[in-house]
Design a protein around this ligand. Structure first.
Ligand code: PEP
Ligand code: MN
Length: 270
């Protein structure tokens, strides 16, 4: 990986720790939770309060949704961002939200504490460059058809524009297996730990597409040395406007958080 210059581990570099308000990413274990999409104020704020109560560190929620079908719910846009802002005012949780168009980066940055670049846009180089000029950390998801090396080159695009704060998020890749939505490449976590100083988190929700698998994959992420999780949670998953099969309800999330905390406590001692 000759040209991975800024993202690569060098002997003198220590791990990158990114501060989002008071939340540290890259030291300890950080959990980002919330609905797939911002649907309305009640759903978003109730979910935000519940995930905070369960111990989440940041709130996620999409206002711009990159959907497979043009007829599927595309997100509330600016209205969704305003709802996220309100959820932050209510809970204090920093906001992670996706940006899908380079032209939107400057103004979405006014609402987002962390800009998410989704799997489908991992190699959208103009979006990467624009995010590299933003003053907010970037959560860069792995493309579903991308290698670890290609992913690191995308992080390099952002770093090269002057933004040092990139969080890598493994969210599963396409394989011949169709039982799960994607296949969680758990080996990417320790692989990246040997290649880059950037924080690495895992999204077990998009990786599996199945809510009942999310707790096990989350535990696997902790055991593999991930710096955190991005988990989809909804107050009423059955009625969600997107990704309803993979979202945990509030009770399931809270139970999972207890296990995660215990396992993390154990792992960090060994
Ligand atoms: C999401 O996080 O809601 C999302 C669309 O994820 P991905 O880009 O990993 O498919
Ligand atoms: Mn989703």
């Amino acid at each position: 990986m000759r040209d991975i210059k800024l993202a690569a581990i060098k002997e003198e570099t220590t791990k990158t720790v990114i501060y989002v308000d008071e939340v540290a990413v890259g030291t300890g274990f950080c959990v980002i939770a919330g609905p797939c999409s911002v649907e309305n104020e009640k759903q978003t704020i109730e979910t935000a309060i519940a995930v905070k109560e369960a111990g989440a560190d940041m709130l996620r929620g999409g206002a711009f949704k990159p959907r497979t079908s043009p007829y599927a719910f595309q997100g509330l846009g600016l209205r969704g961002l305003k709802i996220l802002k309100k959820a932050k005012e209510e809970t204090g949780l920093p906001i992670v939200t996706e940006v899908i168009d380079p032209r939107d980066v400057p103004w979405v940055s006014e609402y987002a504490d962390v800009l998410q670049i989704g799997a489908r846009n991992m190699q959208n180089f103009s979006l990467l460059k624009e995010a590299g000029r933003a003053k907010k950390p970037v959560l860069l998801k792995r493309g579903m058809n991308s290698t670890v090396e290609e992913w690191l080159y995308c992080a390099e695009y952002i770093l090269n524009e002057g933004n040092p704060d990139v969080i890598l998020c493994e969210r599963g890749i396409r394989t011949f297996e169709t039982y799960t939505r994607n296949t969680l490449d758990i080996s990417s976590v320790p692989s990246l730990k040997g290649l880059t100083h950037l924080p690495v988190i895992v999204d077990p929700s998009h990786a599996s597409g199945r809510a009942n698998l999310v707790p096990s994959l989350s535990m696997a992420a902790v055991a593999a040395g991930a710096d955190g999780l991005l988990v989809e949670v909804h107050i009423n998953p059955e009625e969600a406007m997107s990704d309803n099969n993979q979202m945990l309800d509030v009770m399931e999330f809270s139970q999972m958080m207890k296990k995660i905390r215990m396992l993390y406590g154990f792992i960090k001692e060994i």
